[in-house]
Design a protein around this ligand. Structure first.
Ligand code: ASP
Ligand code: MG
Length: 403
């Protein structure tokens, strides 16, 4: 018997009618397989929970996770009850019941283990397991959450644990696009892309899949399919690089406004300074993305610029200010009015001129580049936020991605 994991996001279970629609999709799949169905909370519910937490200014990580993960209990209960009404053998399961064991990093917990033996037992007795996404339990018995958007990760982790034949991620878009269609209506749907490309897209701003779910799928070589729960069109397959017949030089342009930049001016140009700066940040769990260093006009001191997530910028500044005696900088400046634009494609590994085209296109539009970073399959630049749209549109056109 085949075993398929299906995941439905918040908009796909956003009302009773939509949950009934999910039940229809499940019913159609059932004749020759067993299903594990992972759900998000009904759309807006997790946001509402976060608002409650903010309203009481709660810093209680255990209670906060209990509140945040509550929405999934509702969607899972509703779907399973609807399935039972249709005489489908279904069971609702919260994270702790399986159990999905995580570490204790509340609100960004990592899955450590999923009990396959228990799942197999459930699969023996039921045809559909309806599993709450986004949640787990730590060794102390506390409920944890995996970070916003984390039910994708639950689905992939469960699929990997039970060695499922497929993992289908149903969402409110019908696939992965070459860029955000809200910004560029000429964006086109990508029929197949490599894990590496999807990973770069997720981490540089495309919001289709939770980044960790892609990492996990890649690690387990588990093909993902992203598709719509509304339209019947085929979606996007995320596969191992070897399964790509043709590697696009650039398959997508992504953008993110989630980072802020910090510049330290007048630091001593000598060994050990960068190690001190980034050591301080690492010790405080602050993730640094792009880094640029240049010698200042006097030739003796240097300036260093780097980016961190928006919600870490104040903390980063404070830590560096507190350690001014160690680093000995003249001034410190932050800027949140920036945007990171990335072009991504497996084919750029073996192709020259990709960077040149990016820089020329931006220059032709009088867009100044504030920082650059690259990987084998990605080039990212930092620009002023007000140029986001024009940058994305012109790059999309320059790399022949327009539909
Ligand atoms: N309900 C959670 C959230 O909104 C998890 C998810 O939807 O993936 O972040
Ligand atoms: Mg999502």
């Amino acid at each position: 018997m085949k075993l398929v994991v299906m995941k439905f996001g918040g908009t796909s279970v956003g009302s009773i009618d939509k949950i009934k629609n999910v039940a229809n999709i499940i019913e159609k799949q059932l004749n020759d397989k067993k299903l594990i169905v992972v759900l998000s909370a009904m759309s807006g519910v997790t946001n509402q929970m976060q608002e409650y937490i903010d309203e009481i200014e709660s810093n209680e990580i255990i209670e906060n996770d209990l509140i945040l993960t509550s929405g999934e209990a509702v969607s899972v209960g509703l779907l399973s009850a609807i399935l039972k009404k249709r005489n489908i053998k279904s069971i609702p399961l919260l994270g702790w019941q399986i159990p999905i064991i995580t570490d204790s990093n509340h609100q960004k917990a990592k899955i450590l283990n999923i009990d396959k033996v228990r799942i197999d037992k459930y699969l023996n007795d039921y045809d559909v397991l309806v599993v709450a996404g986004f949640q787990g339990i730590d060794i102390d018995g506390n409920i944890t959450s995996l970070g916003r958007g984390g039910s994708d990760t639950t689905a992939v982790a469960v699929a990997a644990a039970v060695d499922a034949d497929r993992c289908d991620i149903y969402t409110d878009v019908d696939g992965v696009y070459s860029t955000d269609p809200n910004l560029e209506p000429k964006a086109k749907k990508i029929s197949k892309l490599a894990f590496e490309e999807m990973l770069e897209m997720s981490s540089t701003g495309a919001k289709v899949l939770h980044t960790r779910s892609v990492e996990l799928a890649m690690k387990n070589n588990l093909t993902l399919q992203v598709l719509s729960s509304i339209t019947k069109q085929s979606g996007t397959l995320v596969v191992d690089e070897n399964k790509l017949i043709e590697k696009e030089i650039v398959s997508g342009v992504s953008f993110s406004n989630n980072e802020s930049k910090l510049t330290l001016s007048g630091i001593a140009d000598k060994p050990g300074i960068s190690a001190t700066i980034f050591g301080l940040l690492a010790n405080n769990n602050i993730n640094v993305d792009m880094i640029v260093q240049n010698t200042s006009q006097d030739g003796v001191t240097a300036n260093i610029t780097f980016t961190v997530p928006n919600n870490e910028i104040h903390n980063a500044k404070k830590i560096l200010e507190e350690n001014q005696n160690l680093i000995d900088f003249k001034s410190i400046e932050t800027d949140s009015n920036i945007s990171k634009i990335s072009v991504i494609g497996m084919g750029m590994m073996s192709q020259s001129g990709v960077a040149k085209k990016m820089f020329t296109t931006l220059a032709d539009n009088s867009i100044n580049i504030l920082a650059i970073s690259t990987s084998e399959i990605k080039i990212s630049v930092l620009i002023n936020k007000k140029f986001t749209k024009i940058a994305v549109k012109s790059l999309h056109e320059a790399y022949n991605l327009d539909n």
